[in-house]
Ligand binder design. Structure first.
Ligand SMILES: O=C(O)CCC(=O)C(=O)O
Ligand SMILES: [Fe+2]
Length: 268
């Protein structure tokens, strides 16, 4: 018998885990991200992006080994050992656009025709640190795991509240907050490197005027003991070696937390 989580995920390739994080935990995460982004992060999507957040923001360690998240991942994989791929991003006020988390722009993380696979063990875990009942949270395109083109699949906004966790197949086409009419030309301008900073500053002023609260989120990638997860991890490792600045090892506190929860971590 399938569990309700397995059945929803099998049909839609995404699922919401309601109320996994407590109010105090969300406050902690928000404070850690606000502290970090006060001095760090790269301008992306008229906001700030921190790649390799597991290394760059060590205070997040406990989140990656959260028992509620791991129980769901074990459920979805039929009890296989979870694998923390090390891929983790944090975002502040970042606008987004349709994409997949399969690194298609840099060669693709999977060998073979993944559009034909009925299943995929590599799962993105998304944590929004504010409510998104009707907009600006995660949007997905249903059935898009079978298409390379990013315009395929009916669009669904995934309603989430503070404390919820969202899980989705990395092949699924998805986006976060879309640019509104005023932000769209700014976002386009920010694509030119000399305009990135002024465009981002203008957008920050616009958000203040609209009295928006800071939009904060953490996204990270898990797999399980399976061949496609191994491919994803090999791709990640090679990409990390190609990058100019070395990523550095995962913090000891994170490795210990993962070990305690019997999570595997790829070598390298
Ligand atoms: O900006 C968002 O909310 C989505 C983030 C995302 O798609 C990612 O980190 O892979
Ligand atoms: Fe993504």
């Amino acid at each position: 018998m399938e569990t309700p989580l397995q059945s929803h995920y099998r049909q839609h390739r995404y699922a919401v885990l309601p109320q996994i994080l407590q109010a105090g935990e969300i406050d902690c995460l928000r404070a850690a991200l606000l502290r970090h982004f006060a001095t760090s992060g790269r301008p992306v999507g008229l906001g700030l992006h921190q790649p390799n957040a597991a290394v760059a923001i060590p205070e997040l360690a406990w989140l990656y080994a959260h028992p509620g998240i791991l129980a769901a991942l074990r459920d979805l994989s039929g009890g296989r050992q979870p694998v923390f791929t090390g891929n983790s991003d944090a975002h502040k006020d970042m606008l987004s656009w349709w994409h997949k988390d399969t690194s298609e722009g840099s060669g693709g993380c999977f060998r073979g025709d993944w559009t034909a696979w009925p299943d995929c063990s590599v799962i993105r875990v998304g944590v929004y640190l504010q409510d998104h009942p009707t907009r600006d949270g995660l949007s997905v395109r249903l059935g898009s795991q079978h298409h390379r083109a990013l315009d395929q699949g009916a669009v669904r906004h995934v309603s989430t509240s503070r404390g919820d966790i969202v899980l989705f197949d990395v092949r699924l086409t998805h986006a976060g907050q879309f640019a509104d009419g005023l932000e769209a030309p700014l976002l386009k301008a920010a694509g030119r490197s000399w305009l990135t900073k002024p465009a981002t500053r203008l957008r920050t002023a616009y958000s203040h005027l609209r009295r928006r609260v800071e939009k904060l989120s953490i996204f990270f990638t898990y797999g399980s003991d399976a061949a496609d997860t191994q491919e994803y991890c090999d791709f990640e490792l090679a990409a990390r070696h190609r990058r100019a600045s070395p990523a550095g090892p995962l913090p000891d506190a994170l490795l210990e937390a993962l070990l305690r929860e019997n999570v595997a971590v790829p070598r390298g």
